[in-house]
Write a protein that binds this ligand. Structure first.
Ligand SMILES: [Zn+2]
Length: 490
């Protein structure tokens, strides 16, 4: 008896309550092609003909013994807060008694199934297959449960790499030219075996290398990133996107990637180009983990703050989509679900058509922050900002710009996220796009432009507004995040 007790004491000493834990899991969630699969992201009626590589749900669960957070990445265009994220959370709650905060970020893959309903056979016809969605949600929940059931004592390694070559892979297609080209990495390593449990890579770019003509299901550059990273470091690789609005893309002749096998750029919109980008980012991430700036943390704590928000649904096209059930999410007025309809007149090809539109004002979404603290320091080692869509980078890093022709040229600037994130003293700030929702582009009000004259006297309307909920979203999202950062610092 005495021996047993002393053994227990030793165990308790080696695994203090504040030691971190981690577990990881991945599941293949490729849709069956027995039913038509509409590929999301470009035009309509792009039906998949084959599968090049699988679509994944990947989860790295981290815990400080008290709080457990499941960091989930999925290779889809987007995943709505309501009903989808909330129903996965509910299901996880049914499957485990352990409190787990589930954070789901889409990679924004433009070569996978339509999970939002916007890329069906024709405009305003859904491409979302509810049977697939139900299965996908169950698989996400099971993947979270697998990861959480594998929690074991872990060390975190947090690192960053900002070599210039990363920037060459990101074309910024709209003024002002602001972007973050750095790769951020959070790795969990087993303290028992020294082996990698999982590695989360955070980088900003549209996974759309294959372009609008491809009909083979793929996770775009993510596939090569996962494969190469797992080959190099083991464990489960997870990818989270960054601030990709306005819009950050590798899909352009200007983004040349030299294929070492032929000494020339890989063909535009090719699997080879996607492969080279994914592999490169994986190699950068693996090197970052070995670099001088890589920081190891064994003991400490996690703080997770989530805040639901209502964002006005100003986009007429989205309101019509919501009215006819193509946009499958509830619309609210003053916090209550509102199903009233209004008739609007729309101009299409010069003719006026009448359409029904939801009268409700808002959609419900969420912002969040995750902070990882080491036991030795007061300031967070890493801060993760959870942003529910594709934020214009100037709203994160600064340099919001006033242009002639903007609809609200004199509008006040929204608060800049980094100004507040830096005040926390966090060593690493991960900016996570499409986290727990995809509300579309999040655009500074003073850069908003739906009415001519166009920005900077351009001859064409800028791209972005058509896929945004509206100009009010940016202030609400940024103020919501700022409030969470301030709460964190209290
Ligand atoms: Zn996008």
């Amino acid at each position: 008896m005495k021996v047993k007790l002393s053994l227990l004491a030793v165990l308790l000493l080696t695994v203090p309550a504040s030691a971190f834990q981690a577990g990881a899991s991945k599941r293949d969630v490729t849709p069956s092609l027995d039913r038509p699969v509409f590929i999301a992201g470009f035009g309509h009626n792009r039906i998949a003909t084959s599968v090049h590589d699988p679509i994944w749900v990947r989860c790295l669960a981290i815990s400080d013994g008290k709080s457990t957070v499941a960091l989930v990445g999925i290779d889809v265009i987007g995943f709505f807060y309501e009903p989808d994220v909330l129903s996965v959370r509910e299901r996880v709650g049914q499957l485990t008694k352990k409190p787990v905060t589930v954070v789901i970020a889409s990679t924004h893959n433009h070569e996978g199934p339509d999970t939002l309903g916007l890329w069906g056979p024709m405009p305003l016809q859904t491409g979302r297959d509810e049977k697939y969605m139900a299965w996908l949600k169950e698989e996400i929940a099971q993947c979270v449960i697998d990861a959480v059931s594998r929690l074991e004592p872990a060390r975190f390694i947090i690192a960053k790499d900002e070599r210039k070559e990363l920037s060459d892979l990101q074309l910024d297609t709209r003024l002002p030219h602001v972007k973050d080209h750095a790769v951020y990495v959070l790795q969990a390593v087993s303290r028992k075996t020294g082996k990698t449990i999982g590695t989360l890579v955070n980088w900003a770019n549209h996974p759309e290398v294959l372009g609008s003509k491809n009909r083979e299901i793929t996770s775009d550059f993510c596939w090569a990133l996962y494969e190469r990273l797992e080959e190099l470091v083991g464990g489960v690789a997870v990818f989270w996107n960054g601030a990709i609005g306005g819009l950050i893309t590798p899909l352009d002749e200007e983004v040349k990637v030299i294929d070492p096998q032929i000494g020339q750029p890989a063909p535009e919109a090719s699997f080879r180009k996607a492969e080279l980008i994914g592999k490169f980012v994986a190699e950068v991430a693996a090197e970052a983990l070995k670099s001088k700036n890589a920081t190891k943390v064994d003991n400490g704590s996690l703080k997770v703050l989530l805040r639901p928000l209502f964002v006005p649904l100003q986009n007429t096209r989205f309101r019509i989509a919501a009215a006819i059930g193509v946009l499958k999410r509830p619309v609210y007025t003053k916090g209550k679900i509102d199903e009233r309809l209004e008739t609007v007149e729309l101009k299409q090809d010069g003719t006026i058509i009448k359409a029904k539109m939801v009268a409700g004002e808002d959609i419900r979404t969420e912002v969040g922050v995750i902070a990882i603290y080491s036991r030795e320091q007061k300031n967070p080692m890493a801060l993760l900002l959870l942003i529910p869509g594709e934020i214009y980078p100037e709203l994160v890093y600064g340099n919001i710009t006033r242009y002639q022709g903007a609809d609200f040229m004199d509008a006040p600037f929204e608060p800049i996220l980094m100004d507040y994130a830096r005040k926390t003293g966090a060593r690493f700030v991960f900016v996570v796009g499409l986290a727990n929702d995809e509300i579309g582009y999040i655009i500074p009000q003073c850069e908003w432009d739906e009415q001519p004259p166009w920005l900077n006297n351009a001859t064409q309307r800028p791209y972005g507004e058509v896929n945004s909920v509206g100009w009010k979203a940016a202030r609400i999202v940024n103020e919501g995040l700022v409030a969470l950062i301030k709460t964190l610092m209290r």
